[in-house]
Design a protein around this ligand. Structure first.
Ligand code: HEM
Ligand SMILES: [Cu+2]
Length: 567
């Protein structure tokens, strides 16, 4: 393997040097990489809070008729937990990853609108602070779905519900601005030669994520505004006693809520599509099918919202339509999974931590997808609606599609962000604990649901196997938490003592590996022309060919990233 050392570009090094210093440089930054890091750190802290709330709930449910928390506190816990995980962890974590990596992967020097980008981050933080401030008064307690009349001023007059509304507003504006920014960046700032057919698959999913946000978020923004005026300004949009329609809330919420699921999992699918070919040492199988299935999932995702409302008074003909469109989503999803399997098939597989999290994530997601097909069959949904079967389903989907893929992304991209490798040993331990933790926490909940245990209850009687099953689930949640902790330790440790990564530790395919780790402020001094969907392979091949030729033509002809690039 030849090492090509490009001339050190003084200008960018100076600029990078000047920008790094001091905390004020962080709060005033418009650099997409720093904004990306702030997103990732902030959302991971919210993941910790949401996780602590989950553990408190699982402790309460650990034994029958437990009195650790009051019924009202339990309501507040599941509301805070669900809302935090969706609005303050997964969606903005994906925005953070996109922020950091989209410009690097397409060979751009920043996002299209850097200041708007900073605004998006600060709005997210403001939303989180407004929401969490409510724990000092009265946290919201109407669930992450805030169904009326539970969320009306009659049932929950407390300001916590209003804090929830502001959270949705602020994070919603943040997401919309971020999505416009990402879309503009991807549409306009790609390197020379990077046609749509050569766009990295992660970038395809972020493009789709952005379009979904732009279509879905305004709907929930309108809905929560109507809820706000119902609560405080005498309107009756959702008030059935004055001619309003509670069902309207459900339609508006789920018209946003179902696409929100794809907003949460599609970027994770993009991460999988980047990582599998690198660790199978083969090109991705079915690039076009995977890109097209992303768009297809997003399209069908807008037709299925009423599968969350199968028990509401809706004509059966419509339920049948919704059931069939929900099945249709499974088709492009299956296409993706088959292509991933084909990518691994006969590959020279290296079982490193990023790959383990991908394969584990696919497995977990698949279980959630299977129970999803069952739930989309409305006669089945009528039986298990609002039971732990649903709690199991949603956690399998989000754990596999979002949490595991986020961890895969952390292990894959940490070397790029920090210049240091994470420990493989700790990484594998973390993966093992988290995988076992998810299975033991949530598999048994399918049975709990079939046995009739309703969701959102703070206690249960000691009948049947409820005690045993709940104890297993609670035990599992602590194994899962321990697994997360191991990764936190791994990150903290590697920041200090991690082995230097160099620009391209995985011999990967996409352009972010062309520049130094961490990349300098301007990302690239020279952006190479793109000739395929795997530009780094082209570059490595080119360098090899030149060194075999025995003649090195120097910086003028071999495109080089920054400072020192060994390829
Ligand atoms: C860290 C592991 C996790 C554990 C142990 C856990 C546990 C729980 C528990 C006990 C509930 C309440 C069930 C009920 O009483 O109905 C719940 C609800 C929920 N969780 Fe999790 N959870 C975890 C991670 C996640 C993640 C990562 C997400 C999303 C990305 C998530 C999203 C939700 C949602 C949306 C609800 C429904 C809230 C509601 O009913 O309003 N959870 N979870
Ligand atoms: Cu749905």
């Amino acid at each position: 393997m030849a090492t090509y050392v490009a001339p050190v570009p003084q200008v960018s090094a100076d600029r990078a040097e000047r920008e790094v210093r001091g905390w004020t440089s962080w709060i005033t930054t418009t650099d997409h990489k720093r904004i990306g890091i702030m997103y990732m750190v902030t959302t991971f802290i919210f993941f910790g809070l949401g996780g602590a709330e989950a553990l408190m709930m699982r402790l309460q449910l650990g034994s029958p008729n437990n009195t650790l928390v009051t019924p009202q506190t339990y309501n507040q816990l599941f509301t805070m937990h669900g809302t935090t995980m969706v609005f303050l962890f997964v969606v903005p974590m994906m925005a953070g990853l996109a922020n950091y990596f989209v410009p690097l992967m397409i060979g751009a020097r920043d996002m299209a609108y850097p200041r708007l980008n900073a605004l998006s981050y600060w709005l997210l933080l403001a939303g989180g602070i407004v929401f969490y401030a409510s724990i000092f008064w009265n946290p919201p307690e109407a669930g992450w779905t805030s169904y009326v009349p539970l969320s009306s001023s009659t049932y929950t007059p407390s300001g916590g519900q209003d804090a929830w509304i502001y959270l949705v507003h602020l994070t919603g504006i943040s997401s919309i601005l971020g999505a416009i920014n990402l879309y503009a960046t991807i549409a306009n700032m790609r390197a020379r030669g990077m046609s749509w057919g050569r766009l990295p698959l992660f970038v395809w999913t972020i493009l789709t994520y952005s379009v979904l946000i732009i279509f879905a978020m305004p709907v929930i923004a309108a809905a929560v505004t109507m809820l706000l005026t119902d609560r405080h300004f005498g309107t009756h949009f959702f008030d059935s006693t004055s001619g309003g329609s509670p069902l309207l809330w459900q339609h508006l919420f789920w018209f946003f809520g179902h696409p929100e699921v794809y907003i949460m999992v599609l970027p994770g699918f993009g991460v999988i599509s980047e990582i599998l070919p690198v660790f199978a040492r083969k090109p991705i199988f079915g690039y076009k099918a995977i890109a097209a299935s992303t768009v297809a999932i997003a399209f069908f995702g807008f037709l299925t919202w009423a599968h969350h409302m199968f028990t509401a008074p809706i004509p059966e003909a419509i339920l049948v339509f919704v059931m069939i469109s929900s099945y249709l989503v499974a088709v492009p999803t299956g296409v993706k999974i088959l292509n991933w399997v084909a990518t691994l098939w006969r590959g020279t597989i290296e079982f490193r931590t990023p790959l383990l999290f991908c394969v584990g994530g696919i497995t977990i997601f698949l279980i959630g997808g299977l129970s999803g097909v069952l739930l989309a069959t409305f006669p089945i949904d009528w039986q298990v609606n609002e039971t732990y079967f649903l709690v199991a389903h949603l956690h399998f989907v989000l754990m596999g599609g979002a949490v595991f893929t986020i961890f895969a992304a952390i292990y894959y991209w940490f070397p790029k962000i920090t210049g240091r490798m994470l420990s493989e040993g700790l990484g594998k331990a973390s993966f093992g604990l988290m995988f076992l933790g998810v299975l033991s926490t949530f598999l048994i909940q399918h049975v709990l649901g079939l046995d009739g245990m309703p969701r959102r209850v703070y206690e249960y009687d000691n009948v049947g196997h409820l005690k045993l099953y709940n104890a297993i689930s609670t035990g599992g949640s602590f194994v899962l938490a321990l697994g997360v902790l191991v990764t936190i330790v791994n990150v903290a440790r590697s920041l200090k003592v991690g082995v230097a990564a160099g620009p391209d530790p995985w011999k990967a395919n996409t352009l972010e590996w062309f520049t130094a780790s961490p990349p300098p402020a301007n990302n690239f001094d020279v952006v190479p022309a793109i000739r395929s969907a795997e530009p780094m392979k082209d570059i490595r091949r080119e360098v090899d060919r030149r060194s075999l030729d025995g003649r090195d033509r120097g910086a003028a002809t071999v495109p080089a990233g920054n400072t020192q690039v060994g390829v």
